[in-house]
Every structure is written in C-alpha cells, then in structure tokens.
Write a protein that binds this ligand. Structure first.
Ligand code: HEM
Length: 237
C-alpha cells in the first residue's frame, strides 16, 4: 500500500485550528517529560561555564570538566530539540501556524542532529562512569545512530513532499531523543519497585526508557497509517 500523501490544497476551517484538550495535554506532557533532563542540563552547563573555577572536580564530573564542549553542545541541542519538538506534533498548531511549523522544523532538525552526534561522541570517547558498561554503550550507539538516521530520513521525505513519511520519521526521531525524559520515570519506578543500583539496574532503566518510547512511536505511526482520518490530520500542514 502506498502511504504517500502530498499536501492537500484545502483551507482549514476555524474548528480545525483550535487545539483540542488532547493536543494541549500531549504538548504539556512532552514539555513535562523534558523538564528534568533540561534542568539538570542547565545546572551542568552553569558548572562548566560560569562556575568552572569554583566547581570541585569529582569522579562524577571529571569527564565533563576535562572535555566540556561535547556535553555543552549536547545539552543546548537537546534542550532546543525537546522543547521545540513538543509543539510540532499537534495538528492544529501546524494548521494555525504553518510557517512556525516549518521554521521551527529547520531549527529542530539541526538541534536534534547536534544532540544525537554529540551523544554518540560522548558515548564513545568519554570514560565510562561507575555503573555504565558495554550494554549501555551499545544501546547509546544504536539510539544515537537511529536518531540521526530518522532525522535525515525526515528531511529527505519532506523535500520529496512525502508528508506521511516525514511525520513518521520525526515521531521516531523525537521519541528516541526523549528517552532521556522517560528514563527519569523508569529510574523512579525502578527505585520504588526494585531499589537496587549498579550496572544491571542502569541498563534496565536506560534500555526500558528508549524501548517504551520506541514502542509508543511505532504505535502512533501505525494508528495514523491505518486510520484515514488520522492520516489526513497528520499530513495536513
Ligand atoms: C532530547 C534528548 C536528550 C536530552 C534532554 C539529554 C540530556 C542530557 C544531559 C542533561 C546530559 C548531562 C548529564 C550530566 O550532566 O550528568 C546528557 C549526557 C549524555 N547524553 Fe544525553 N540527552 C538527550 C539525548 C541523548 C541521546 C539521543 C543520546 C544517545 C547517543 C545521548 C547520550 C548521552 C551521553 C553519552 C551522555 C554522557 C553521559 C555520561 O558520560 O554520564 N543523549 N544528556
């Protein structure tokens, strides 16, 4: 079946451009999911810039102090990506502000690439902190690579005016990046239910965060592709 949908030349009605309660909830939920990693990132950037002379070097931060540029780029890129991205998936925002959607998209994609590529760089070159191991290293390489590939595919699709594919690749790319937010939740759940720490716990917490997001992304994509109404909504810009 061909799922390509090119942009229909239909002027949206006012009702279609009013964000529904569900859209507000999803946007707010995504921002909420990003809040903790974004705030933690801001603290880290503060330590590595204005606080560099006063921050004591510890085993926890030594790799960041020795090579601050990748982590600073990572935090700035992922903050823009996570926060801007939250507004891109609500169909009525796209209908009401199509120019905003396109402009934000052209900022979001490079920000996402910076987040993913710097993440890959850190995974490979930073010394592993206590609790990190080979499995987490492999997962980070896979996630960083898949996120980069998804962003590139999303750009290729939109250049070819294949809006359904563009949307699907962006959902995947965003879900992978937002693993950082879901991992905060899986960490809390793990601590409450299991309570152990160490390499196994870290692999479970991190891996389940990415897996949950990927499963949700594939569920959203398949729902859109199998439901003509949702597909039309998802491809309207
Ligand atoms: C929007 C998404 C993301 C956000 C908000 C985010 C946030 C952060 C933050 C705040 C840090 C600094 C942690 C600290 O100060 O201890 C960090 C580190 C890191 N991130 Fe991300 N990240 C995101 C996506 C990714 C992705 C997709 C990868 C996959 C390659 C990744 C890999 C890493 C690595 C390897 C580190 C260094 C970890 C360490 O050495 O402790 N991140 N991230």
């Amino acid at each position: 079946m061909n799922h390509d949908t090119t942009q229909p030349a239909v002027r949206p009605t006012r009702g279609q451009t009013q964000p529904s309660r569900m859209e507000w909830l999803v946007t707010f939920g995504l921002i909420l999911l990003a809040v903790i990693p974004v705030l933690a990132g801001m603290v880290r950037v503060g330590q590595l810039t204005i606080g560099l002379d006063t921050t004591p070097v510890t085993p926890e931060n030594a790799r960041f102090v020795a090579s601050p540029l990748p982590v600073i780029l990572h935090i700035l890129g992922s903050t823009v990506y996570a926060l801007l991205g939250a507004f891109q998936f609500a169909p009525s925002f796209r209908l009401r502000y199509p120019r905003w959607h396109r402009r934000a998209g052209w900022l979001l994609v490079p920000a996402g690439l910076v987040a993913a590529l710097s993440g890959l760089w850190m995974a490979h070159f930073y010394p592993w902190p206590a609790g990190d191991g080979e499995l987490l290293y492999a997962m980070r390489l896979i996630v960083g690579f898949m996120m980069t590939l998804s962003l590139i595919q999303a750009v290729v699709a939109v250049r070819q005016r294949k809006f359904a594919q563009h949307g699907a690749w962006m959902v995947r790319a965003y879900a992978l990046g937002m693993g950082a937010g879901t991992q905060v939740l899986t960490q809390i759940i793990w601590m409450v239910l299991v309570g152990t720490s160490g390499e196994f716990a870290r692999n479970m917490v991190m891996g389940s965060g990415w897996l949950i997001n990927l499963l949700i992304a594939e569920w959203i994509i398949s729902r859109r592709l199998t439901n003509p109404q949702r597909r039309a909504k998802a491809t309207r810009t």
